[in-house]
Ligand binder design. Structure first.
Ligand code: FPP
Ligand code: MG
Length: 335
């Protein structure tokens, strides 16, 4: 059986007891995840464990565990199962995403499509999604419905990314819809499952679902900013992938609004085919220095403030503070 190293808590939590509880449960989830990646054959187990074992921040399971702390049963078995469900769905989607992006690197390791091929990567994603669905059945019909709706939103967001906005559609609104679908949906469900299976009130469940939607979108916006700003040794991915693919993300959409003549070359490049290495490097360099980067970061910060305001339904205390810190971390993440 493949073993995975337990991740340290990616979140600063002031309350030592809460931090220990979360870290302990996350370790349990990690062992469960490694088990769920096992197939009937050695090859399937190896392919399915490949991405899970190469690390990852485990943001979604951590959010399930933390959101569960808003209710009376944060240690319930269902909470741990739900944490596995969201991470398995997430990792499954990454196998498919790396095929679509023709990505070679993720979490500092070869992607499955690079290590094996597209067929293996797609089928392994399906396998992990099957595992996730099987586990969701243990959580009951309401959880299955939520998982199915989440998955439809996730896939629709991803499909929408490949479709250009209609001529009368605002490109920023189109992009934000993509982001809310492909990433906001599953992070929202992570917060919702946590509150649900932790036994929180309906009011808290609804507030955390809305919080997760905003924090989830902010997570993807930060990811898109990092795609431009980071070097590959920091992010574990190939920088400038969105640019090369011609997918306009927040900093690009903000730069496109510029009327400054000094931006003429950048605008020309952004309208060009950036699969050419030299043009791609030039565009990446100009974008990194452009004020649109800070404008995009400010937008994300404002979003997370909105998300934190939704936490006012919770009693002040360490759980609420940790959820606020979670939102801050998403906005200021560097990996
Ligand atoms: C990352 O986007 C991708 C997602 C958040 C979702 C991708 C969803 C699918 C491919 C749907 C199919 C899934 C299954 C299991 C059938 P990104 O490329 O912007 O982020 P990255 O920088 O991490 O690659
Ligand atoms: Mg990708």
């Amino acid at each position: 059986m493949t073993t995975s190293s337990a991740p340290s808590l990616a979140l600063p939590v002031d309350d030592e007891e809460l931090a220990q509880r979360l870290a302990e449960r996350l370790r349990t989830v990690e062992v469960m995840l490694a088990g769920h990646c096992q197939g009937r054959t050695e090859f399937v187990s190896r392919a399915a464990s490949h991405l899970m074992a190469s690390g990852g921040k485990r943001f979604r399971p951590l959010l399930v565990l933390l959101a569960a702390e808003t209710g009376p049963t944060p240690a319930a078995d269902e909470v741990l199962v739900a944490a596995c469900v969201v991470e398995l769905t997430h990792v499954a989607s990454l196998y498919h995403d790396d095929v679509m992006d023709e990505a070679a690197l993720r979490r500092g390791a070869d992607t499955a499509n690079a290590r094996w091929d597209n067929h293996v990567a797609i089928l392994t994603g399906d396998f992990l999604f099957g595992r996730s669905s099987e586990l969701t059945a243990d959580l009951g019909p309401e959880a299955v419905r939520i998982q199915a709706q989440t998955f439809c939103r996730l896939v629709e967001g991803q499909i929408l990314e490949t479709v250009k906005p209609a001529p009368d559609e605002d490109p920023l609104a189109h992009y934000l819809e993509v982001v809310a679908g492909k990433t906001g949906s599953l992070i929202s469900t992570s917060a919702r499952y946590g509150a649900m299976f932790g036994g929180a009130s309906t009011e808290v469940q609804e507030a955390l679902t809305a919080y997760g939607d905003i924090v989830g979108s902010a997570f993807q916006l930060s990811d898109d900013i990092l795609d431009i700003a980071s070097e590959s040794d920091e992010s574990g991915k190939t920088p400038g992938t969105d640019l090369r693919e011609g997918v306009p993300t927040l900093p690009v959409l903000m730069a496109l609004g510029s009327t400054d003549p000094a931006d003429a070359r950048l605008l020309e490049l952004l309208a060009a085919d950036l699969t050419d290495d030299d043009l791609h490097a030039e565009a990446l360099d100009l974008l990194r220095k452009h004020p649109a980067m800070d404008q995009a970061r400010s937008y994300v910060l404002a979003q997370t403030e909105t998300a934190k305001a939704l936490l006012s339904v919770l009693e002040p205390g360490s759980v609420r503070t940790a959820l606020e810190a979670f939102a801050d971390l998403v906005a200021t993440r560097s990996t």
